[in-house]
Ligand binder design. Structure first.
Ligand code: PHE
Length: 458
C-alpha cells in the first residue's frame, strides 16, 4: 500500500478538500435555495448546520480514512469488518450517481462560459427561453459535459500529488480571486443594497420545516460528507497533520464561498428587480440578463468570469467525486490508476445521459411516473441528498459502536498533541456519540416521509 501516493503538505490537503467542498453546491445551489427560503433565514440555518453538525462528521470521516489508509470500502472493512464495508460501498455508489448528474450541470456551466466569452449568448433576447432550449437539446451539451469529464479524468489519472493536489493549488486561489472581484463589482450596482438586506437581515418567521430540511441537505452536500470523499482524501493525509484544525479550516472555507456567492448574486438579482425565488434557473437565466445589461464588452468579461468561476468550483469537486471510486479500484482490485480512471469516466458519463435527456427531450424522464412526479435530474439529486445524511448518521454509529470513540481520539491526537486535553474532544464525543446520529437519523426519516408523501409525520 506504500505506493498509493499522498498529499505533499497540509496546504495541499486542505486546498484539495476545500476544493471538493466548494462547488456547484455553493455557487449554483446555495443561492437559489437561499432565494427560495427567505434569504437570511436560510443562511443562518445553513451556517448552524455546518458548524454544529457537519464539522464533527467531517472530523470523523477524515480520521477513519487516515487511520485505515484505504478507500472508503476498505477503510470501513479494515476497521469494522466486512459488513461495515457495505457502508463504504454504499457511499462509493452514491458518489458515482452524484458525479453522473453533477457533470451534466457542470457541462451547462462550461457551455455558458464558452458561449458568453466567445460566442453570442448575451445577444439572446429571452434568456429563460434560451436556457429551456439549451438544456432540452442535448447536441451541444453532450460535448460540453464529455469535455468536462475528460478534463476531470485527466487530472485524476495524474495521481494525488501531480493531479489532484496541483489542480486544486491553481484553481482554488483563482476561484477566490474571481469571486472577490465579482462581489466588488456587484456591490456597485443600483439597488444592490436591497439585495444585501434580503440576504443578511433574517426574518425568523420565514423558517419552516422545508428551510430546515433544505439547510441540512445543502450543508451535507456542500461539505461533501456522507459518501466517503473525505475518507478517501483523508487516507492520503500524513500522520503529522492536525485533522481537527484542518477540518475547521475546510468547513470555514466552504461556508465562506457559499456566503460570498450570495453576496455576489443577490445584489445582481435585486439590481434587476427580479425575484430571487427563481430556483435552479437562477444563475442560468437571471444572471445572463444582468450580464446582458452591462453592455457587450463588460458583459462578456464579467459574465465569462462568473461562469469560469463556476467551472473551477465544479471541477475541483468532480475531481474528488471521481477519486472516490478510483481509489476503491486501485486499493481493492489493484488496478492501474491511469486505466481505471478512464473506464470509470466513460461509465459515469453514460450514466449521466438520462439526466441530460430529462430536461424536456424525453417526456418520460421529464415527468417521472406515479408519485415521483419530478424530472429525473431532480429525482436523482434528491435521492443522493438523502443518502448523504443517512451515510453521515451511519458513520457516527460506526464510530461509536464498532470502531470506538477512543480509537478516533487516538487518531486525532496524532499531529495534535494537546487534543486529549481540549474541550473540543468532549464536544466531539457529545456530537458524534449522540447529537449527530439522532438528529441526522431523525431528520432523514422526516425528509423521506415528506418527500414520498408517506404520511408518517406530515
Ligand atoms: N461539495 C460539492 C459541492 O458543493 C459536491 C460534492 C458532494 C462533492 C459530495 C463531492 C462529494 O458542489
Amino acid at each position: 500500500m506504500s505506493n498509493r501516493g499522498s498529499f505533499s503538505s497540509r496546504v495541499g490537503f486542505i486546498l484539495a478538500a476545500a476544493g471538493s467542498a466548494v462547488g456547484l453546491g455553493n455557487i449554483w445551489r446555495f443561492p437559489y435555495l437561499a432565494g427560495q427560503n427567505g434569504g437570511a433565514a436560510f443562511l443562518l440555518i445553513y451556517l448552524l448546520f455546518i458548524f454544529l453538525l457537519c464539522f464533527p462528521v467531517m472530523v470523523g470521516e477524515i480520521a477513519i480514512g487516515r487511520s485505515a489508509r484505504r478507500d472508503a470500502y476498505g477503510s470501513y472493512s479494515a476497521l469494522g469488518g466486512k459488513r461495515w464495508g457495505y457502508l463504504g460501498l454504499f457511499g462509493i455508489i452514491a458518489g458515482i450517481f452524484i458525479l453522473s448528474f453533477y457533470n451534466v450541470v457542470a457541462g451547462w456551466a462550461f457551455g455558458y462560459f464558452l458561449e458568453i466569452s466567445f460566442g453570442s449568448l448575451l445577444n439572446e433576447g429571452d434568456f429563460g427561453n434560451f436556457f429551456g432550449n439549451y438544456v432540452n437539446d442535448i447536441s451541444d451539451n453532450l460535448w460540453f459535459s464529455l469535455g468536462f469529464m475528460v478534463i476531470t479524468a485527466f487530472v485524476v489519472s495524474q495521481g494525488i500529488q501531480k493531479g489532484v493536489e496541483r489542480a486544486n493549488k491553481i484553481m482554488m486561489p483563482a476561484l477566490y480571486t474571481i469571486l472577490i472581484l465579482l462581489i466588488i463589482y456587484s456591490l456597485t450596482l443600483d439597488n444592490a443594497w436591497a439585495g444585501v438586506q434580503f440576504y443578511l437581515v433574517p426574518e425568523l418567521d420565514e423558517i419552516s420545516s422545508q428551510t430546515i430540511f433544505d439547510g441540512l441537505k445543502q450543508a451535507f452536500f456542500s461539505l461533501s460528507l456522507g459518501m466517503g470523499a473525505l475518507i478517501t482524501y483523508g487516507s492520503y493525509v500524513g500522520k503529522n497533520q492536525n485533522i481537527v484544525s484542518s477540518a475547521a479550516i475546510i468547513s470555514f472555507a466552504d461556508a465562506m464561498v457559499a456566503f460570498l456567492s450570495g453576496f455576489m448574486i443577490f445584489p445582481m438579482v435585486f439590481s434587476q428587480n427580479i425575484s430571487p425565488t427563481e430556483g435552479p434557473a437562477l444563475v442560468f437565466i437571471v444572471l445572463p440578463e444582468v450580464f446582458h445589461d452591462m453592455g457587450p464588452l463588460l458583459g462578456r468579461i464579467i459574465g465569462g468570469s462568473f461562469f469560469l468561476l463556476l467551472c473551477f468550483a465544479a471541477l475541483t469537486s468532480t475531481i474528488s467525486l471521481l477519486e472516490v471510486p478510483t481509489t476503491y479500484f486501485v486499493d481493492q482490485m489493484k488496478m492501474r490508476r491511469s486505466r481505471i480512471v478512464w473506464v470509470l469516466a466513460i461509465v459515469i458519463f453514460i450514466l449521466g445521459l438520462p439526466t441530460m435527456m430529462s430536461q424536456g427531450m424525453v417526456p418520460a424522464l421529464n415527468e417521472l411516473p406515479f408519485y415521483l412526479n419530478r424530472d429525473f435530474l431532480t429525482f436523482i439529486s434528491d435521492m443522493c441528498d438523502i443518502s448523504l445524511t443517512i451515510g453521515g448518521c451511519l458513520m457516527c454509529l460506526f464510530i461509536v459502536t464498532k470502531w470506538k470513540i477512543t480509537n478516533m481520539d487516538n487518531e486525532l491526537a496524532e499531529g495534535n498533541p494537546i487534543y486529549m486535553r481540549t474541550f473540543l474532544r468532549n464536544y466531539l464525543h457529545i456530537m458524534i456519540g449522540y447529537v449527530c446520529p439522532i438528529l441526522l437519523g431523525g431528520l432523514s426519516i422526516l425528509i423521506i416521509d415528506k418527500y414520498f408523501g408517506l404520511g408518517l409525520f406530515f
